[in-house]
Every structure is written in C-alpha cells, then in structure tokens.
Design a protein around this ligand. Sequence first.
Ligand SMILES: Cc1cc2nc3c(=O)[nH]c(=O)nc-3n(C[C@H](O)[C@H](O)[C@H](O)COP(=O)(O)OP(=O)(O)OC[C@H]3O[C@@H](n4cnc5c(N)ncnc54)[C@H](O)[C@@H]3O)c2cc1C
Ligand code: FES
Length: 365
Amino acid sequence: MLILISVATVSGISAGLALILILAEAVFANYGDCKITINDEKELTVKGGASLLSSLAENKVFIPSACGGRGSCGFCKVKVISGGGPLLPTEKPFLNAKEMAENIRLSCQIKVKENIKIEIPDELFNIQRFTASVIKIVDQTYDIKEITFKLTEPQKIKFKAGQYVQLETPKYKGNNQRVSRAYSISSLPEEDDIIQLIIRKVPDGICTTYVHEYLKEGDTVNFVGPFGDFYIRNTDAEMIFIAGGSGKAPIKSMVGHLKNLNSTRRMVYFFGARTMKDLYLTELFEQTEKEMDNFVYVPVLSNPDENDKWTGRTGYIPAYFDEFITNPQNTEAYLCGSPAMINAVQKGLIEKSVPREKIYYDSFS
Ligand SMILES: Cc1cc2nc3c(=O)[nH]c(=O)nc-3n(C[C@H](O)[C@H](O)[C@H](O)COP(=O)(O)OP(=O)(O)OC[C@H]3O[C@@H](n4cnc5c(N)ncnc54)[C@H](O)[C@@H]3O)c2cc1C
Ligand code: FES
C-alpha cells in the first residue's frame, strides 16, 4: 500500500512539473523572429516557437510528413547545418549512425528557437498545396472507398505513377485536431486534372473516419504533394508487383501508366487478400490482362471463406514465385502494403535471387 502511495505521489509530482514546464514555455517563451536559411539560397523569417516542419509549411515549403508531424513515420528528415539544438530521443529511432553523423534531423521534432540553416532536396520546392472537390465516391469493398477529386487550384498536377499526397483532415464531430495523412495516388499521371485515392477504414483512425463517415460528393479538400520515391524505374527489367488491401492504389496507377505507354516489359501482379469480399477492381485488371499480352494478374486469398467457392490461388504469395519469376536477376519488384506483408515477400524475393537493390516499396504502417 505504502509503495502504491509513493508511486502515485512521485507520478503526480512529475505530471505537475511537466504541466508547469509546458505552461511556462507557452507563457514566457518568446523566441521572437528567427531566420530559416534553405540550401544557402532561400531565407524565411518565421515567428519562433513552432516546429521546423510547420514553420516551413506555413511558407509553402512542404517536407514529406506521412504521420502529420506525430513523430511516428520518420519521413520529415532534413539536414541541419546550424541551429536546431541537440538530437532528441524521439528522433533517434528513425536515424542511422551515418544520418546522425551528418546531422540529419526530423523536422517535426525540432522547434525553431534560433536561426537555423538547413539543406533539402531541390525537388521539394516543387511540392504544392492543392484545393480539390470530391466528384465521386465508390465503395470498392466493405472497408475501402475510392474517391475522385477534381482539382480546382492549381488545376493540374504533375506526378509519377506510384507517388502519394498528404490529405488534410479538418476538425469534425469527435475530432478536434487537424491532421494530414499520406495516400498513394491511384489515378494516372495522364489524367492531370483529377486525382483518385483508395482509402481503407482504420478503426478509430482520424483521417479515415473523416473520409468514410463525413466526406461527401461536392465537398472541398486540401492536399499537399506529390511526394515519394516509389515510382517505376526506367529500365527494361521484368516487373513483379505485390500489394495487399489499399496498397492496390499506387500499383493501379503504375500498371495503367505502363499500359498507356504500350510498355512491352513482362509484368506479374500479385494481389493478396483474406477472402473474396476483400477483392476489388478485379474486372479492371482482368481487362488489362486481355489488352496486354505481357501482363498477368494473380489474386491470392490467404483465408477464403467456404462459401466463397474460390477456385483461384490460396495461401502465401511467395509460394508462387517459382511459377512466375523466370529471370530473377533481371526483375524489379514493387511492393505496397503493411510492413508485415512487405517483410515477408521481400524475404521470399531475396531467397528467389531478386537483387535487394531492385526491390522498391511503400510501407503503410
Ligand atoms: C507513403 C504512404 C502511403 C499510404 N497510402 C495509403 C493509401 O493509398 N490508402 C490507405 O488507406 N492508406 C495509406 N497509407 C496509410 C495512411 O497514411 C494512414 O496511416 C491511415 O489511413 C490511417 O490514418 P488515420 O488518420 O485514419 O488513422 P490514425 O488516426 O493515424 O490512427 C491509426 C491507428 O493508430 C491508432 N493510433 C492513433 N494515434 C495513436 C497513438 N498516439 N497511440 C497509439 N495508437 C494510436 C488509432 O487508434 C488507429 O487504430 C499510406 C501511408 C504511407 C506512409
Ligand atoms: S512527420 Fe512523421 S516523423 Fe516527422
């Protein structure tokens, strides 16, 4: 009993001190104006105190931030030349020894309290914030919707098939924070006045609850992009695509784009799902098979329902690699889905002698 009281007392004092520190920071900390110098060529003057990520975004410099600044994706890395303070414990899990030595930092974790000099890739200057209106919402499965947005400002987007945007979520009943989340573009780069996203409902998820329960045709949304290095490499290698769930989004864009280019590269697309009710866009890919001699679509169910009367392939996707991968050394793999799925198929591909450096993926953690 005495131990419990002691623990409760210490926890209470710690929580109180933390609260006092937060309040003191909010009331007394005044960092004034700070300068952010980017790549030695662009200089921004910002009000100190906010995160580097949000200070840059306010000035239309958009750093990838799939988790919306929560410190859980590790996408928001920038190289800090000076300023920025010491490396924080929240950054360490996302940085390897080389990155730490080069002073790579997570921009969502650094607060701008002094002048800061940073370096970012030049292409990030091309990222834009878009306004768009919802023109179509289609239920693809019981938990996946495909939404089509017509761009209103700017009216065109240039992106590579496979890239993603960060959709902004407003406050709504039951959610009092604005967040942004990453979604791969499922439409084609050729259709540059719209974008389509395929969004799976996550229980209690802030953005997906908004999309599935509140978003309707005619609504206006904002998103930032395009981001990402998950795109088709321009080679003549054979291609293997593997996706599960909403991971179908970037693959739909990639395969559709290759079809428009009349690509002659050999392509196999494995789509993993649990049961038949998790399959979607099947007709689209069956039609693509008919139109392209060099494309094969292979849905694989891990746990088909008896009532499904499924006659297709079942079980574990790597079990079918021998059947479909004919030239592993000259094969590129494009994977999209949960980290567990990606780890499993990546292992299978490496065992099958697909070179590790030719395996590209976007992991939806
Ligand atoms: C590059 C990339 C591309 C992506 N593309 C797609 C796509 O095309 N389609 C798609 O559907 N998804 C995609 N995602 C995933 C997407 O970005 C979101 O992570 C996902 O939709 C969940 O967002 P949410 O706001 O609904 O859930 P969140 O609010 O982020 O919550 C997710 C889950 O975590 C739990 N959680 C939230 N906060 C905490 C916390 N502090 N502590 C513990 N648990 C917590 C919630 O209860 C919930 O179960 C992609 C992700 C990446 C990185
Ligand atoms: S934005 Fe996700 S870790 Fe910084």
